[in-house]
Structure formats: structure tokens, C-alpha cells
Design a binder for this molecule. Structure first.
Ligand code: FES
Ligand SMILES: [Fe+2]
Length: 395
């Protein structure tokens, strides 16, 4: 069955691994925040299509992305999800040592001097994957010719929104990280994320914080009123708010959205989840709103007055994916004093768990011999945008 705009993806597209891999070779995808690896030699590991990668903060301050395989005999270099390398990246197998700034082989343990002194050593650097940073967010691409022009343009557009966080004069650190392995096709997770028609039935707690319109762009009169009041407030505070929403050739959406009255952060009780405010709010009052960013193919990120919450999906195979979530806070915030784990993590752990069942259900449905792609409703406009974009760039 051929793909038709405004409808779900055909089964042969959903299960086409080569098509998925092409997309990740052609497009930038989200792999974390600078705050996930704030210290020199800090790393974060992730998986994609059976391969492992890690982002690493070099001694020179540059964050790079490497394949998590030794250049000697392919042993795994880092084992934990997050951690910190020694002064050099040392392979646990035969102790070959690599430079954290660029991955060059520094010392080939056990090898004869004639090898160590030869030009051959130059061929045994770690394999590096292109990585770019925009608004403290990190994006990788598996292809050799990543679309730098696209990320340059995105960087320019999002700067008025993200610069007040990047240039706040303080650093960030990760408070918590969570990995959820989902037995579902990753496209189902993304399509689920791009609409809120399932929210009223499935995210009753989340909807105490947000009007569904903020997620799906289907403005109700009540939401328009809430948004108008918030926009006047944001203008007074000098906060950029105008929505930049998935123009036909764009792969991202950024905007500031109001939360329900009295909600100072993304928490079920509306209270701050970290007492140390961040970015434009540091030393000021918290704001009842969120700066939200969505990127095709794989993330949604929310900047509030006190933390940044990231959610990002990567396919492990056609029918399994990983959903990563991190909570980034002010570098000086102290666990147990300024924030605590359950309070901070609650909203996204609960909300994502509610989505997992739906994503698995849709994924199983797409395996059925009775599957046929159904039409998206107007409030599912961003599902149509995602599917059109996916088909355009992955074939
Ligand atoms: S496999 Fe890494 S040093 Fe041999
Ligand atoms: Fe959801």
C-alpha cells in the first residue's frame, strides 16, 4: 500500500529497517544536552540499531561522539550508561589508550616499539560520528555528509529562545537519567508524541498542568485566552514566545507555552522541582510556562524556570526502541536540599509509562494482517507533518 499524506504510515514503511537507517544517516538526531556531560571527560552512552555510541566532553571543552568500540580488537570502551573517563580513554581489554580530544591512539600497550613509532598508529583512532550543538542541545548524524546547513538555520531560529538559558552565567548538570526500553516500533512512539488526542483518556494528571492545545496546536477559546495573558507577561519579561512550528521544510518546533495557573514547574503539585532557578529566571521569579522544543526525528525537550527535561527515542531494531529521559538542573543545585528524585521525575516517568502501553499496542497492530493506515484528525496535524517528513527524507 502506498503512503498517502494525512494517513498513518503503511506497514511496509513501518517495518523497513533500511529506510530507518537511511534517515539516521541523513538527518541530525538528538543525543542529549551539554548538561548531561558537564564535566571534562564525562560521557553518556546510547544505542542505535545494535551499535553503541557515547558522547564525551573533551579536555578542550568540545563534546564529541564516538563509536563505543576499541580501534584494536573492538572491545567495548565504556560500560556504564553515564560516567567519567580517566585522563585518557583506556580500553579495558588490552589497555590501549586514546585521546579524549579526538580519539587518536596515544599508547598501544603490549605492542612492539616499531609499531608504536610507525605511521600505522594513525589508522587506529576511535571512530568519530558528526556532532553539533545548538542551544546546549546535542545532535548527532550517522552519515558522512550531515546537513550542516539545516542545523545552522535551526541554531539561528532557536537562539532567541535558548540563548537566555545558554548565556545565563551559570552551568548545568544532570540530576537524573532514565532509560526505558520499549517493545515497540520507534515510529509509533514518535507518532504518539506528536498528538494529544490520547491525553484526556491517558494522561489525566499531566492535563492538570497543560492544556492539550499546547501540544497539538488545536487552539480552543479558553486556551487562546490563557495564551494571550501569558504572552503579555512574557513580553514584559523580554522572553521570546512566538511559535515556530514545523514549517513544511523544517524538522523542529519551538514555542513557549503557558502552564495552568499556579504551576511553577512540570510537577504534579505545581511546585518547583529545583529551588535553584536557571537561565533567564536565575535570581528572579519562576514563570508559569515552559519553553518547549520538538525535533524530528526523535525528541521533545521542555525548559522551565528550574530545570530542563529531555525525552528522546532511538530505534534499537524495527520492533524495539529506547526512550531516554534526563533532568538537567543548575550546576549548584544540591540533591536533598534543592531537589529530590521522586518529585522531579514523577511527571515524565508517569506520563511516559502511560504512553508505553499505547505505543506497544499500535506497534502490535501494525504487525497484524488486518492493519491499514487510518486518517489523522485535524488535532493530529503534527503526526501528518512527521509522517510526510519521514517519507520525504528516508526513501
Ligand atoms: S580491544 Fe581494546 S585494547 Fe585490545
Ligand atoms: Fe502521551
Amino acid at each position: 500500500m502506498a503512503y498517502k499524506t494525512g494517513y498513518g504510515l503503511p506497514a511496509d514503511v513501518i517495518w523497513d529497517r533500511a529506510q530507518m537507517e537511511r534517515l539516521f544517516e541523513r538527518k541530525w538526531f538528538f543525543v542529549g544536552m551539554r548538561g548531561d556531560v558537564p564535566k571534562k571527560r564525562g560521557y553518556l552512552k546510547f544505542e542505535l540499531f545494535g551499535e553503541e555510541y557515547f558522547i564525551l566532553h573533551g579536555n578542550d571543552g568540545v563534546i564529541r561522539c564516538f563509536v563505543n568500540r576499541c580501534a584494536h580488537q573492538s572491545a567495548r570502551l565504556v560500560n556504564d550508561r553515564t560516567g567519567r573517563c580517566a585522563a585518557r580513554i583506556i580500553c579495558p581489554n588490552h589497555q590501549w589508550a586514546f585521546d579524549p580530544n579526538g580519539g587518536a591512539l596515544i599508547h598501544a600497550s603490549h605492542m612492539p616499539d616499531r609499531f608504536k613509532q610507525s605511521d600505522e598508529c594513525k589508522h587506529y583512532s576511535l571512530t568519530e560520528i558528526p556532532l553539533r550543538e545548538a542551544g546546549m542541545m546535542l545532535f548527532a548524524c550517522l552519515g558522512d555528509e550531515p546537513p550542516h546547513d539545516e542545523i545552522d538555520r535551526m541554531t539561528e531560529i532557536i537562539a532567541p529562545y535558548t540563548d537566555p538559558f545558554s548565556n545565563a552565567g551559570h552551568g548545568y548538570k544532570r540530576a537524573y537519567f532514565h532509560t526505558e526500553i520499549i517493545e515497540a516500533n520507534w515510529l509509533m512512539v514518535m507518532i504518539n508524541n506528536r498528538e494529544c488526542c490520547h491525553c484526556a483518556q491517558n494522561h489525566k494528571d499531566l492535563l492538570k498542568l497543560f492544556d492539550p492545545s499546547s501540544f497539538n496546536g488545536a487552539f480552543t477559546p479558553e486556551y487562546e485566552m490563557l495564551l494571550c495573558q501569558a504572552q503579555a507577561r512574557w513580553d514584559d519579561k523580554g522572553l521570546a514566545w512566538k511559535e515556530q512550528a514545523f514549517e513544511p521544510d523544517e524538522n523542529f518546533r519551538i514555542a513557549r507555552y503557558p502552564m495552568a495557573a499556579g504551576f511553577k514547574s512540570i510537577s504534579f503539585d505545581g511546585e518547583l522541582v529545583s529551588q535553584k532557578l536557571i537561565g533567564p529566571f536565575a535570581g528572579r521569579q519562576p514563570e508559569e510556562g515552559t519553553l518547549s522544543f520538538w525535533l524530528n526525528p526523535n525528541c521533545w525537550v521542555h525548559f522551565t524556570s528550574d530545570h530542563i527535561a529531555t525525552n528522546w527515542v532511538l530505534p534499537l531494531s524495527e520492533n524495539r526502541c529506547a526512550l531516554y529521559t534526563s533532568w538537567i538542573v543548575h550546576e549548584d543545585a544540591v540533591e536533598g536540599e534543592d531537589y529530590n528524585e521522586a518529585h522531579m521525575k514523577d511527571v515524565w516517568l508517569v506520563t511516559n509509562a502511560e504512553d508505553v502501553g499505547l505505543c506497544m499496542s499500535m506497534s502490535e497492530g501494525a504487525r497484524s494482517k488486518y492493519y491499514k493506515p487510518g486518517p489523522f484528525s485535524p488535532p493530529e496535524q503534527f503526526c501528518t507533518q512527521f509522517c510526510d517528513w519521514y517519507m520525504k527524507h528516508s526513501q
